[in-house]
Design a protein around this ligand. Structure first.
Ligand code: PA5
Length: 381
């Protein structure tokens, strides 16, 4: 595309009517709901009471896939410098061997029907782990009701990825409930207010000239985004990648610092398709001072090579605020990239088709129901 055609297509980001014609699944509403979902998640989580013996655990394992797993990563990233507790995220069928009676397993599946998450849930039940599940519906809800396992039901009607606040905030609340407070209620309220105000500057009504999400999307249009982040924002880079993949149906890469300085950095030595790359650094005011120095070095290497570069400076005074403000920005960026590509952001046709065909062949949900039928309190078949 020549530069005139490119700037014409980018100016389409200010045509709100045209945006809504492309966004048939109403992802605009879902992303705009992020701030109110944060509030709703706090209220919902207050209703979750856990048995006293959930306090005696040695580690927390969050099980989930895709849009339901990323909340676990954010929880883990945020807790690293605060909680004296091991937290891991399992995106797989099988739980690691160490998971047992002294583990708290949190099974998260927005639909409540994801095979891998159901299988991990089943394994956790058999091993006698303490379990909590979060879902909007599905077999996970059914299993918790039958097996008398604490369950947090969240509202349906969103895509799993846009339900992130409903799947992430309860993890903070669960940790608090079992004696590991991470973020105070006041801090949560402040973060929610910040995101609410910031969101207004990112919506389609706000023009390109004043809209940081449209501006970043314009820079990433027809490029391969390479997203770096660090510290408590490590998984935010993954969130950017996943949102770009699912909303814009576009390829993206992500990496974390300082690890990238030990492998990926070599790819800046001899760069193929330089003009097609655009690097996004998600910076943090909380980064380790040693890391700050190596970030500067990497930035100058990339700049010297003439590769497109954008630095995101998340808003906020706390780690949580940085995390949430960076996420809402990235969610809108992925939305505008979808619009620029003329693709409806909400549907994920290939993911749904893969799941449907797989279940036709494997019939996992039937098998899970059979297991559930035979299981009951004290009967760990
Ligand atoms: O964003 C998506 O639609 C996917 O990544 C899903 O979250 C993933 O397939 C798991 O499904 P669920 O969130 O319903 O457990």
């Amino acid at each position: 595309m020549n530069s005139e055609a490119r700037s014409n297509s980018i100016s389409a980001l200010d045509n709100v009517e045209a945006i809504r014609m492309i966004d048939r699944g109403n992802m605009e509403w879902m992303i705009s709901s992020f701030p109110s979902l944060l509030k709703e998640a706090v209220t919902l989580s207050r209703g979750l009471a856990l048995p006293e013996d959930y306090r005696n655990i040695k580690e927390i394992i969050v099980c989930g896939m895709g849009g339901s797993a990323i909340g676990g990563d954010l929880f883990k990233d945020l807790s690293q410098s605060i909680l004296p507790l091991c937290i891991s995220v399992v995106r797989d069928y099988d739980l690691p061997k160490y998971v047992g009676e002294s583990s708290l397993v949190v099974a998260v599946s927005y639909s409540g029907n994801t095979e891998e998450t159901l299988e991990s849930f089943k394994q956790a039940y058999k091993r006698g782990s303490r379990i909590v599940a979060i879902a909007s519906n599905g077999l996970l809800e059914k299993a918790c009701s039958k097996l008398k396992i604490p369950f947090l039901g969240v509202p349906s009607g969103y895509t799993p990825r846009s339900a992130l606040p409903l799947l992430f905030i309860p993890l903070l609340k669960i940790a608090e409930e079992i004696g590991f407070p991470l973020v105070g209620e006041g801090e949560l309220v402040e973060a929610q207010r910040l995101v609410e105000a910031y969101n207004l500057s990112l919506t389609p009504e706000n023009p390109l000239s004043r809209n940081p999400a449209k501006q970043l999307a314009a820079r990433l249009h027809e490029k391969l985004p390479i997203i770096y982040s660090m510290g408590h924002l490590k998984s935010v880079a993954l969130r950017y990648k996943d949102q770009i993949n699912e909303n814009a149906k576009m390829r993206a890469m992500c990496d974390q610092l300082p690890e990238a300085n030990h492998n990926e950095v070599e790819a800046w030595e001899k760069i193929d398709f330089k003009e097609l790359l655009h690097v996004v650094f998600i910076d943090s005011r909380f980064k380790n001072p040693y890391l700050a120095e190596s970030v500067n070095q990497l930035v100058s290497t990339i700049e010297k090579e003439g590769v497109g570069l954008s630095i995101v400076k998340p808003l906020g005074e706390t780690m949580l605020e940085e995390m949430l403000s960076a996420i809402i920005l990235g969610d809108w960026v992925s939305y505008y990239l979808a619009i620029l590509r003329g693709v409806d952001p909400a549907p994920v046709r290939l993911i749904s088709e893969l799941k449907r065909k797989h279940d036709e062949r494997i019939r996992y949900s039937e098998k899970f129901e059979e297991w559930l039928y035979k299981s009951g309190e004290g009967n760990k078949v």
